[in-house]
Design a protein around this ligand. Structure first.
Ligand SMILES: [Fe+2]
Ligand SMILES: [Fe+2]
Length: 191
């Protein structure tokens, strides 16, 4: 699938507001890819498709998981806000002809992060967290930090996300905790 096709596809599947978010995430992902020497084309495609399943009803996402149990792994038992990334990755692989495992995995973990993230996964996570329309407290600092030190920005973003879920009394996704601990250990090792 080309970026043009992906953009058309999500335009038809998403509200205007979320489509605009998607285009902003794409722009930020390309900027980060350029900054860190990642593949800009892959970053653009992953960003365009990252929220492609976000407006599906939960029942439909659960159906996608049960129809694709091997790819879905334990998705249904994870917190529902993370379902849409996994559902989008499955649709990409099974319906839309996206075969690149790096792209699929960046889409899959864009809400949660995970241990031992690739550069592309980090870029999509941060592009989603800092796209132009985001205006939560601290986002401007993350935007500056991500251009200087991607790992440090990612750690701070994961920590904020964990604090936010805890404050709201929501259920933490184990992958986010794993991502945070893994990154902390790596940063400590680097000194
Ligand atoms: Fe998302
Ligand atoms: Fe998003």
């Amino acid at each position: 699938m080309t970026c043009e096709q992906a953009q058309e596809l999500v335009k038809g599947r998403l509200s205007h507001k979320r489509y605009k978010h998607t285009v902003n995430v794409k722009n930020m992902a390309v900027e980060l890819a350029r900054r860190y020497g990642a593949d800009e084309e892959k970053a653009a495609l992953a960003a365009l498709l990252h929220d492609a399943a976000k407006e599906l009803p939960p029942q439909e996402m659960l159906q996608i998981f049960s129809d694709n149990a091997i790819m879905a792994k334990n998705a249904a038992s994870r917190p529902s806000p993370v379902w849409h990334g996994i559902a989008a990755a499955i649709l990409c692989a099974t319906q839309w002809g996206v075969t690149d495992p790096q792209i699929l995995s960046a889409i899959e973990c864009h809400t949660t992060g995970k241990a031992d993230m690739t550069l592309l996964e980090k870029i999509i996570y941060m592009a989603d967290a800092t796209s132009a329309e985001r205006n939560y407290p601290g986002v401007e600092q993350l935007r500056q930090e991500e251009m200087q030190d991607l790992d440090m920005a990612l750690l701070h973003s994961l920590q904020q996300s964990i604090a936010f879920v805890k404050k709201k009394g929501g259920k933490l996704d184990p992958q986010t905790v794993a991502a945070c601990e893994d990154l902390q250990a790596r940063i400590a090792q680097k000194g």
